[in-house]
Design a protein around this ligand. Structure first.
Ligand code: APR
Ligand code: PHB
Length: 390
């Protein structure tokens, strides 16, 4: 089989890149290791920056998001028994975010791809990347017991943190930067009304908590947990009790509980791989970088990576210029490092760290006090949360 761009991975990065390339008239095939149901079963964050909303609109998949998504102009920080609102909209000259689950974004992109008859090969086993340092890259995979090969001009590695793309690059050609945090997030999805109409990020002496949502009737909540914890050890009741303890009295009072639909533990990590281009292989999304979920930057970074990559490839094919391809890595990494900084900072501010003790807690309390009482500090936080300009 021949195509112009072989995309590895049908997560949000691969699917959005596929849509951007289709719109530019570029032929692409997506190879995905798992089934569509498996991909849709993964629950991730759900806060979209305007640039991400714009990209989804630009490929014509934004209709359901605008119908069902919730536009938020602020969020709340809870600490010391009270809540303080960060007025994102007021502080940034009108910018807001869209609360719409990553699963729904993925579903919309998948449905659009299927409706247009664009090629996606699910359950592709043993995907391997070849000759991307030359002019004729190839991708091999197995499906239903047979081996197949795709000849292409470029490979887009959109296969997440554990994918084959980054692992195919010689270690001497890549530099990685990493911080692993000493705790995880236990997340619960439930058909219960959200605690408040906006998100609540809580710093509490027992640990961090987050009240988020997917719709007016579906909530997504998290509590900081130990990395040794197992999901099975957390009954629904234990989760709700712990969440309630970490909220201010008013939020605790209004918390509506119910059975969990999904419950999972995720570790927290900051990670960046540099560069993001190796000859005719490009890395995008989680294949190149991970942020801790505090601030929900993961999906937004994935979207802007493939926004840059889609534009660079369109420039290559349509106006015969390599300028976009040549600057891809540098453009992405500038934006990525700024989001890494924000996510690391917000994580450091809100969680209980085992090793910083009482002094660390006092520093957090002083910073939170400053943050909510200084227009300068609140503005800094708001402009990062809504997303820095491209
Ligand atoms: N071959 C083919 N597909 C693969 C392989 C492989 N060897 N390895 C992984 N994949 C697939 C995974 O099954 C997954 O569907 O690549 C896809 C990668 O998707 P994601 O992990 O969702 O990564 P990405 O599309 O970059 O999306 C980033 O996801 O983790 C969140 O916070 C993150 O919101 C961000 C978003
Ligand atoms: C979520 O809704 O899952 C979510 C929201 C905001 C975050 C992280 C996760 O910062």
């Amino acid at each position: 089989m021949k195509t112009q761009v072989a995309i590895i991975g049908a997560g949000p990065s691969g699917l959005l890149l596929g849509a951007l390339l289709a719109k530019a008239g570029i032929d692409a095939v997506i190879l995905e290791a798992k089934s569509p149901d498996y991909v849709l079963g993964r629950i991730r964050a759900g806060v979209l920056e305007q640039v991400c909303v714009d990209l989804l609109d630009s490929v014509g998949v934004g209709a359901r998001m605008h119908r069902e998504g919730l536009v938020h102009g602020g969020f709340e920080l809870a600490f010391g028994g009270a809540r303080h609102r960060i007025d994102m909209k007021g502080l940034t000259g009108g910018k807001q975010v869209m609360v719409y689950g990553q699963t729904e974004v993925t579903r919309d992109l998948m449905d659009d791809r299927a409706a247009k008859g664009l090629a996606t090969i699910y359950e592709a086993a043993n995907v391997s990347l070849h000759d991307f340092d030359g002019t004729k890259p190839r991708v091999r995979y197995q499906k239903d017991g047979a081996t197949h090969e795709i000849e292409c001009d470029f490979i887009a590695g959109c296969d997440g943190y554990h994918g084959v793309s980054r692992a195919s690059v010689p270690p001497s050609a890549i530099q990685t930067f990493e911080r692993v945090y000493p705790f995880g997030w236990l997340g619960v999805l439930s058909d219960t009304p959200p605690v408040s109409h906006e998100l609540i990020y809580s710093n509490h002496e027992r640990g961090f908590a987050l009240c988020s949502m997917r719709s007016p009737t579906r909530s997504r909540h998290y509590v900081q947990c130990s990395l040794d914890d197992k999901v099975e050890q957390w009954s629904d009741d234990a989760f709700w009790d712990e969440l309630r303890r970490r909220l201010d009295p008013e939020a605790a009072e209004s918390l509506v509980t119910g059975p969990s639909i999904e419950k999972s533990i995720a570790p927290l990590r900051s990670f960046v791989a540099e560069p993001m281009r190796f000859g005719r292989l490009f890395l995008a999304g989680d294949a190149a970088h991970i942020v801790p979920p505090t601030g929900a930057k993961g999906l937004n970074l994935a979207a802007t990576d493939v926004g840059y990559l889609g534009a660079a490839l369109a420039e290559y094919y349509n106006v015969r210029s390599s300028a976009g391809i040549d600057s891809y890595s540098q453009r992405c990494l500038r934006r990525i490092w700024r989001a890494e900084r924000f996510s690391w900072w917000f994580t450091s501010l809100m969680h209980k760290f085992p090793d910083t003790g009482a002094f660390g807690q006092k520093m957090q309390a002083a910073e939170l006090d400053y943050l909510v009482n200084s227009v300068a500090a609140s503005t800094t936080m708001a402009e990062n949360y809504v997303g820095l300009p491209l």
